[in-house]
Design a protein around this ligand. Sequence first.
Ligand SMILES: [Zn+2]
Length: 270
Amino acid sequence: MNIFMVVLGACLGSFLNVCIYRLPKNVSIVQPSSFCPKCEKPLKWYDNVPIFGYLFLKGKCRFCKEKISPRYPIVELITAVLFLFLYIKFGLTLSFLKYAFLFCLCIVISFIDIKYFAIPVYLCFLGIAVAVVISLTRSVGLLKFDVDFTSLPIYYSIRGLIFGLGFTYLFKLFGDALLNIYLAIRKKESIEGETESLGLGDVDFMGMVGAFLGVKAVILVFFVAPFFGLIYAVGALIFKKTHLIPYLPYLSLATLVYFLWGNRILALIF
Ligand SMILES: [Zn+2]
């Protein structure tokens, strides 16, 4: 069964790759079947096998030898590990589905943000809608959740959503103001993307985290993510000299940290 979950995860990772590539371009994720972005030749089914297809082709297109992004096997591998982990933790339960959905969404959002420095906001809205529906069905008693930690009654879910959106939005306003004052003092023309401290995508994402995991998660994620971001930012400043950093991968990593150790970390602080 463990091996089956790994295979299932890798296959779903393959689908997530399609979403990452096509959603920002507004192309259907169902049709057509996978093709090489450069020569547009459709892939053979055996080249499409998760992880191994990439290894077998040595990272190059079969036809035009264009380099295939290592993002493909990486996403497949992450999703495979995620599925195995969630299965060991929850078994085949509703909690498994809930967190598989949340973290798959995190993967798609993170990798789109890495590529485009922006995300389609409807991805977060989709997450919020699913989180609210799960909580609602739980509160009404339609579904019975297995592990206490994962079941958030609707009141807590809505509270988390509002808090996530509000708290992050206030911080964004505050950060934007500081940034603009700084730019005014330095009399610097702002480079594109530099006038915003946090994007609206970040705000919506925090709303989603709140709806899924509650107020505590929002607070922890909000303060843990900058540490991940800082490590990258220092590196980026030294090597690439860019000010733009995709922030959603760090929010996603922080969400994972909360999921894994949240209660223990919060117990240490309070
Ligand atoms: Zn090609």
